[in-house]
Design a binder for this molecule. Structure first.
Ligand code: CO
Ligand code: ZN
Length: 330
């Protein structure tokens, strides 16, 4: 199995901060339309590809939104003040470039500060290269959103890019759909919106679909970099099967289904206990009267930075694991 670099680049570079997923939604829709029996976009904007079957109703969720910023004000000299869409760190943003939907790019920088630890988004601004409010207003309105502007690279065993959270999971879902041969189940591949703002799309999608079982795919942190917070997940040791994060304790049936399948097909895997954060599955498992749920997590360094990093081998093994699970009798 080789990584489809062209598709991956397209998924990573397409604009889609939370609440503005239209463009990435179109890209994914084009990509999956020939592999599903039906495509829907619900009221929230979730893209749902349905593959008919008469087994269990299974929801597979990956979020298509990415973190970003939103313009909150423009000063007399054309500098733009902004707030965050999702988890944007001031330190990581300093000196980065951002791109608005209309293509306008800018540099994030800060006011002069006595102590760098005082750095907050309120002390920062975006310089789009104009020298007056009027000129800035021709390009940017209050409420316009932008994402990091940074190229993606694939080298050695790694992929480095902005938006790997969670486009790498969109890639895994798309490739799984393309390769899937013998699933009896009724599969709902959902590309959710607004995960980064609090799992909002997954919540309504799960209610609408009312699945028998759900699996989310998202990135997770690692404990394998210098003096990192201890965490028993590393790059290249296989996809991580979620035990727990702050949004869920995974259902034993789904957790064991994932573990047993990995063992059966000799797919390397690791177990994930994330002590902070959550993902779509947190909202899905408490839908209606509850949905047995689990998650496949892709080990990822530098999450929510313009240079997130995952391993190609973990991605390939995640596709294999997800395909084998969906082909199983459940
Ligand atoms: Co995220
Ligand atoms: Zn994510």
């Amino acid at each position: 199995m080789r990584i489809n670099e062209k598709l991956l680049h397209k998924l990573l570079q397409t604009f889609g901060p939370s609440g503005n997923e239209e463009l990435i939604c179109q890209v994914i829709r084009e990509e999956i339309k020939d592999c599903v029996d039906e495509i829907k976009i619900d009221q929230m904007g979730n893209l749902i590809g349905i593959k008919k079957g008469n087994g269990k109703k299974i929801m597979i969720a990956s979020h298509m939104d990415e973190i970003g910023i939103i313009a909150t004000g423009i000063d007399d000299h054309g500098f733009i003040r902004f707030s965050n869409i999702g988890g944007v760190s001031p330190n990581v943003s300093l000196g980065q470039r951002v791109r608005f939907k209309n293509g306008t790019t800018g540099v994030i920088y800060m006011e002069s500060l006595d102590h760098i630890k005082d750095l907050k988004l309120e002390k920062m601004y975006i310089d789009i290269g104009v020298d007056s409010k009027e000129k800035a207003q021709k390009k940017i309105n209050i409420g316009d959103v932008a994402c990091f502007d940074r190229s993606s690279s694939i080298h050695e065993d790694v992929i480095v890019s902005k938006a790997l959270d969670d486009r790498i999971a969109c890639y895994i879902a798309i490739e799984t759909l393309k390769q899937l041969k013998n699933s009896r189940h009724e599969l709902y591949f959902v590309f959710t919106v607004q995960e980064e703002l609090g799992l909002r799309g997954a919540k309504t999608a799960a209610f609408g679909i009312d699945p028998d079982l759900a699996i989310a795919v998202d990135v997770t942190g690692t404990g394998d970099t210098p003096k990192s917070k201890p965490m028993a997940v590393s790059l290249r040791k296989g996809p991580a099967i979620k035990i727990k994060d702050n949004s869920i304790i995974c259902h034993p049936f789904v957790k064991n289904l994932l573990i047993d399948t990995a063992k059966e097909y000799n797919i390397p895997y690791q177990l994930e206990v994330l002590t902070h954060g959550g993902t779509d599955i947190g909202a899905i498992h408490t839908s209606r009267s509850g949905v047995p749920s689990g998650a496949i997590s892709i080990p990822c360094r530098y999450i929510h930075s313009p240079s997130e990093m995952v391993s190609q081998s973990d991605v390939k093994n995640a596709i294999l694991l997800l395909s084998k699970v969906l082909e199983k009798e459940i």
